[in-house]
Design a protein around this ligand. Structure first.
Ligand code: BGC
Length: 391
């Protein structure tokens, strides 16, 4: 394959989220859910990979590998453990992380909400309660003021479409409900929360790029499933894509495709390769979703790939996946689509929500007994692409 260069200034990063790596985040709704007999969680998050204590070495490792950005999240339940009580110590922890990223030459990409909410928020009807949007805005204002001079890029809410679907319709995320009406309500509160967050962060940290991240799937109609695809997309993607108007970027997060027939999702095609998550190995989905995000938003919002990756025990398969996905990014760039960077999910093997620790998305393996980190060949491979800014 000939060398293909990415545009100057294109960013290369890896990502994590607090609850999946920090450990001991017992004051949020997910920790409670992991211990709830109604939940499908296979194991609790526990100590996770102890990133809360090991972050200085972890950041150095990622910078040494060649990455120029690190995406991580603030844990709201540590910063505001009870309503209106803010922890300066927790805010200082994240300040130190951002600072260290900058010193190591990595742009800190900070997510203010990645799936977890404090228990006090969940106890008051969580994201179905309009008051949560307001409370989240206040949290964003407080956190952004504390971090204003060390923030690089801010993602307000990670995949609100996933939390809303799995939490209020699919029963897999807390609060484990199964109602289309409650899902619609949660979508509405998330969008309001995002708008309030954008305003609060822009006011507290002027000049910082702020955007939403969205989980996107390459929905493909089969056997006349076109109308069904539109029906799925509307509450899952389109309402959120339309809510990004005026933002500084849209975070696109893609893992696979979904075949959809007239009655809903169809089986994988015969002989399909399936990942540890049970979905199809289909790296081409990234290109399709970037094109769709750009067309729905009419090219008005720059795109940043804030997550793309694969859960696999076969690291060569990870390289194959990312290489194909990056080929799709280059095709989008050559068609003039404004893609600003690529972030691999995840930096480390970590707590994969209801699936526990079995799926391994990491570029770096973590020994579950000793917490020892061991970079996989894909880490050096992608780090070198990052250094060269070319494939
Ligand atoms: C989430 C991550 C998750 C990843 C892999 C995304 O939906 O933002 O937290 O680990 O996908 O499933």
């Amino acid at each position: 394959m000939p060398v293909q260069a990415f545009p100057e200034g294109f960013t290369w990063g890896t990502a994590t989220a607090a609850h999946q790596v920090d450990g001991g985040t017992w004051n949020n709704d997910w920790w409670a859910w992991e211990h709830d007999p109604r939940s499908p969680c296979v194991e609790p998050s526990g100590d996770a990979i102890d990133h809360w204590n090991r972050w200085p070495d972890d950041l150095r490792l990622l910078a040494d590998l060649g990455f120029g950005a690190y995406r991580f999240s603030l844990e709201w339940s540590r910063i505001e453990p009870e309503e209106g009580e803010f922890s300066t110590a927790a805010l200082d922890h994240y300040r130190a992380m951002c600072w260290q990223c900058l010193e190591l030459g990595m742009q800190p990409v900070v997510t203010f909400h990645h799936f977890t909410s404090p228990r006090w928020v969940a106890a008051d009807d969580g994201w179905a309660n309009p008051a949560t949007a307001e409370r989240f805005g206040r949290f964003c204002s407080r956190a952004a003021s504390h971090l204003a001079d060390v923030l690089g890029v801010v993602c307000t809410i990670n995949e609100p479409n996933v939390v809303s679907f799995y939490g209020y319709r699919g029963g897999v995320f807390p609060p484990g409900e199964r109602s289309s009406e409650r899902r619609r309500q949660a979508n509405h509160v998330f969008i309001e929360g995002h708008r309030r967050a954008v305003d609060a962060i822009r006011a507290a940290a002027p000049g910082v790029a702020v955007g939403l991240t969205l989980s996107m799937t390459d929905y493909q109609a089969v056997d006349g499933g076109e109308a069904r695809v539109e029906k799925l997309r509307e509450p899952m993607e389109d309402v959120f894509l339309h809510a990004t108007e005026g933002d500084d970027f849209l975070g696109v997060q893609v893992y696979t495709r979904m075949l959809v027939g007239p009655n809903g999702p169809a089986a994988h095609p015969p002989g399909a390769r399936v990942t540890q998550m049970g979905y199809e190995f289909y790296p081409q989905a990234l290109e399709a979703c970037l094109r769709r995000a750009s067309s729905v938003t009419r090219g008005a919002v720059p795109l940043l790939i804030t997550e793309n990756g694969i859960g696999t025990a076969d690291d060569a398969e990870r390289i194959e996946y990312v290489e194909t996905a990056l080929g799709g990014v280059l095709a989008c760039l050559s068609d003039g689509i404004d893609v600003r960077g690529y972030t691999y999910w995840s930096a480390f093997d970590n707590f994969e929500w209801a699936f526990g620790y079995r799926p391994t998305f990491g570029l770096v393996a973590v020994d579950r007994a000793t917490f020892e980190r061991a970079p996989k060949p894909s880490a050096a491979w992608l780090g070198e692409i990052a250094r060269q800014n070319s494939l």
